[in-house]
Ligand binder design. Structure first.
Ligand SMILES: [Zn+2]
Length: 176
């Protein structure tokens, strides 16, 4: 059945105008949430290959769909922005970035506050990843997507860096 397209209320991508499940606090239209599920399914099918970018996928999607202020959305946006910072600015590989993010959030999650999302959360969306022809392009597009979303959050970079500095992750980074 053909369905029309409607901009996702989170990322603005033209996504299928469908009813369906969406995440409880990630602010995505059902059609966008479904496409994200397809991207995740592709990554899980060949996880050994996609592991280096899988967390960037999750972080980019969550940070591009901040939703509305709630304790859950504040925590989600906070940890995903911290993990983007760790991977993109600190150069931590995905597994170290995850361990560091968990450690940081256990210490500083209480300090997280709602960050007013920028009006535009980047030109790259889940659609661009879904359109990739082959794994290499998929991974390259995830990296571009993550960089784009992180860049869009520039007004709050200093806050995110400060949160990240509240953890002890440099010790983890030195242990590489
Ligand atoms: Zn979306």
């Amino acid at each position: 059945m053909e369905t029309g397209l409607r901009p996702c209320f989170g990322c603005g991508a033209p996504v299928p105008d469908v009813d369906g499940p969406a995440h409880r606090y990630i602010g995505a239209s059902p059609g966008c949430w479904r496409l994200y599920g397809e991207v995740l399914a592709r990554e899980y099918e060949d996880y050994a290959r996609f592991a280096p970018v899988h967390r960037l996928t999750v972080d980019a999607y969550a940070a591009q769909h901040p939703g509305t202020p709630s304790p859950q959305s504040i925590g989600s946006v906070g940890v995903h922005l911290v993990r983007l910072h760790l991977q993109l600015e600190r150069g931590l590989p995905h597994d170290r970035a995850n361990a560091a993010m968990l450690e940081i959030s256990s210490r500083v999650k209480v300090d997280f506050v709602w960050l007013d999302p920028p009006a535009h959360l980047g030109d790259v969306t889940v659609l661009d990843v879904l359109d990739a022809r082959g794994p290499e392009e998929h991974m390259a597009r995830v990296r571009g997507w993550a960089a784009s979303v992180w860049g869009a959050w520039a007004p709050h970079h200093e806050t995110v860096r400060r949160w990240a500095a509240g953890g002890s992750y440099p010790k983890i980074a030195r242990g590489r």
